[in-house]
Design a protein around this ligand. Structure first.
Ligand code: SF4
Length: 352
């Protein structure tokens, strides 16, 4: 009988897994310790936090944000970061997906002992994602959802007085985003997407403490720690462009296990030619949110929905943006019985 493989770190216990990131055979305890030490190393090396800061953890109920909340709370205590941690969730209004994942966040709130605040699309924009999907059709839902979520997190964090937002983006997410932006030729986003800390210039800083953690290792860590998370995919996800980048990345990883780390590294090292014009940040004329255009993307998308012209709002600045800037009256193409204006858009959003 072959001799059992012992843990490459402690050498005392039989190995329980081979690390996807390094190929090392490790026991459960050494893997958990290595994972936590690496996240701590990432936080320290990038100086992600300062003592006394209030950090809103974007909590979706999925594996990444559940592991992030667990590890950040643990490291905050273990290493005395001096952070005030909060959970901040966005309810997009996706039946059978977000309602169930928010239940997982609520269960974790009790387990972690952290305060939880939930902001919803319905409350902020007057539209749920399910209703948006009924108007927009099966494609482009993630365009609306991504833009609205970004603002919703910022608005929620501002309401809570947070100094920073921490998100659960992992190495696979960053690698996929590098691929997507490269395939789309989106130079502006390509430059920023691999950064571990973004924001500044008036925007609330956002950081990714799990930036170097492989998705497979996050799943293993959650399993070994017995964490409670929600793992069903969003009902609109199969139509997302990201899915193609993910499939491509999985293929690359199957032949070259370091493909994830390589792409993250490439994103960090990419230099944009000096003569490429980058967008300059200003503020949206309508809601005051940061924007490189006279109107922010959320206001344009929302106006497209409210005018019954959602497709016109997608893509590069065009007819709808021009009409809005020219102050044209909204068209009344909504169906009978539907709100023509969301309850809280306008005055409430302008207040932030
Ligand atoms: Fe929103 Fe798309 Fe993610 Fe679903 S898959 S939560 S629609 S961004």
């Amino acid at each position: 009988m072959p001799a059992p493989v012992l843990c490459a770190i402690c050498g005392a216990v039989r190995a329980a897994l081979r690390r996807p990131k390094t190929g090392q055979a490790l026991c459960r305890a050494c893997f958990v310790a290595a994972f936590e030490a690496e996240v701590h190393g990432t936080i320290v090396a990038a100086r992600l936090f300062r003592a006394g800061e209030t950090v809103a953890i974007g909590a979706s109920g999925g594996k990444d944000s559940t592991v992030l909340a667990h590890v950040l709370r643990l490291l905050n205590q273990r290493h005395g970061y001096g952070l005030r941690l909060l959970l901040l969730s966005v309810d997009e209004g996706i039946a059978g997906y977000r309602d169930d994942s928010l239940d997982a966040v609520r269960r974790n709130r009790g387990r972690l002992g952290l305060p939880l605040h939930v902001v919803s699309y319905q409350e902020l924009y007057g539209w749920s994602m399910d209703r948006i999907a009924r108007h927009v059709g099966p494609r482009n839902n993630c365009t609306f959802c991504g833009v609205f979520r970004r603002q919703a997190l910022d608005r929620g964090a501002a309401l809570l007085g947070a100094d920073k937002i921490a998100t659960g983006h992992n190495a696979d997410d960053v690698a996929e985003t590098v691929l997507m932006n490269f395939l789309r030729g989106d130079v502006g986003r390509l430059r920023r997407c691999a950064e571990i800390l973004t924001g500044g210039e008036g925007a609330l800083p956002r950081c990714k403490p799990l930036k170097h953690a492989y998705e497979k290792e996050i799943v293993l860590y959650a399993y070994f720690q017995g964490l409670d998370y929600f793992s069903t995919e969003c009902v609109y996800a199969p139509n997302a462009y990201r899915g193609h980048a993910r499939a491509l990345l999985k293929d690359l990883e199957a032949t070259r296990p370091s493909a994830v780390a390589d792409l993250v590294h490439s994103g960090e090292r990419l230099a944009v030619r000096e003569d490429v014009r980058m967008p300059t940040q200003g503020t949206c004329r309508q809601c005051g949110y940061l924007s490189s255009q006279p109107l922010c993307k959320a206001c344009v998308l929302l106006e497209g929905l409210n005018r019954g012209l959602p497709r016109l709002a997608i893509g590069k600045p065009g007819r709808l943006q021009k009409a809005l800037l020219d102050g044209e009256k909204p068209e009344t193409s909504l169906r009978e019985g539907e709100d023509s204006r969301p309850a809280s858009q306008g005055s409430k959003i302008l207040d932030f």
